[in-house]
Design a protein around this ligand. Structure first.
Ligand SMILES: NC(=O)c1ccc[n+]([C@@H]2O[C@H](COP(=O)([O-])OP(=O)(O)OC[C@H]3O[C@@H](n4cnc5c(N)ncnc54)[C@H](O)[C@@H]3O)[C@@H](O)[C@H]2O)c1
Length: 268
């Protein structure tokens, strides 16, 4: 499988931690120049240091995916500095947890704004640059959009996460809708759907779920593993390697897909 990304330029949002960090590292190890962006610039710069420490190429950028102007500014910067934007990974995401009747409008807006609207703004910004590029002479493609959705984008049965589930179903619907439209421009759009990934987001969720269920954090972790046929928690690297596939020429003829990476926790 050819995952050589030498000379290619990628933006990863929320790349200061978890899946975004692992994705930025995987892309850089494959030769890409990575624009590591995060709401938290210090975290982004930490990822950049890891990449440059390994001899890779990366720069750090403060970017809030809920701000359209931030996304446009970074897409334009890549175009200006590198002459081409090959891929944009809409990874930044948030969650909160509560029973339906306790969820607030702020919970709903926070999850929808970062997870769904963030993917919309990131994609708009990326496409506005990609559509003006010449197609790759081999693949005929101008660029790739990769959205980090979730198992919760396909399986609604996720207690305390009604608003998060709604935001991730939105990401999958959005990905399918744009895949048809962007195919005409030679731009692919795909999603990955991770399961129970051990990141700082999961650490927060373990605490919330334990408290809502009245059980221990360890017990919640056991339940996640019991729900996963491959019987372990997922790692950020498990997800990053599938994103790398979607970023590479090995996936040039795939668009509109939503690839499960969940150890079998949900199959469709
Ligand atoms: N951890 C899981 O179990 C899991 C499962 C399925 C899907 N996901 C999805 O994977 C993605 C990454 O999650 P993670 O588990 O690595 O979480 P994480 O909390 O470890 O990392 C998320 C990163 O996004 C950044 N971020 C938050 N709001 C932002 C904003 N407005 N603009 C830019 N950056 C922002 C944070 O600073 C953080 O660095 C999310 O979209 C999440 O919904 C996670």
């Amino acid at each position: 499988m050819n995952t050589d990304l030498k000379g290619k330029n990628f933006v990863v949002t929320g790349a200061g931690s978890g899946i975004g960090r692992a994705t930025a590292l995987a892309l850089a190890k494959s030769g890409a120049t990575v624009f590591v962006s995060d709401l938290n610039l210090k975290l982004a710069q930490k990822t950049v240091l890891e990449i440059t420490g390994l001899g890779g190429s990366a720069t750090g950028h403060q970017l809030d995916v809920t701000k359209k102007s931030d996304c446009i500014a970074l897409a334009d910067l890549v175009q200006m500095e590198r002459g081409r934007l090959d891929g944009w990974v809409n990874n930044a995401g948030v969650s909160s947890m509560n029973r339906l009747t306790a969820l607030t409008e702020a919970d709903w807006d926070f999850n929808m704004d970062v997870n769904a609207k963030g993917a919309f703004f990131g994609t708009q910004a990326a496409v506005s640059v990609m559509e003006k590029q010449t197609p790759d002479p081999v693949s005929g493609l101008r660029g790739k959009i990769i959205n980090v959705a979730s198992m919760a984008a396909k399986r609604g049965n996720a207690p305390f996460l009604a608003h998060y589930v709604a935001s991730k179903f939105a990401v999958l619907g959005f990905t399918q809708a744009i895949a048809g439209e962007l195919a005409e421009l030679g731009i692919t759009a795909n999603s990955v759907c991770p399961g129970y990934v051990a990141t700082s987001m999961q650490e927060r969720e373990l605490e919330w779920e334990a408290s809502l269920r009245g059980i221990s954090v360890e017990r919640v972790k056991e339940l996640y593993i019991a729900d996963t046929p491959l019987r372990r928690l997922e790692t950020a690297e498990d997800v990053a390697s599938v994103i790398l596939f979607l970023a590479s020429s090995a996936s040039d003829f795939i668009t509109g897909e939503a690839i499960n990476v969940n150890g079998g926790a949900f199959m469709d």
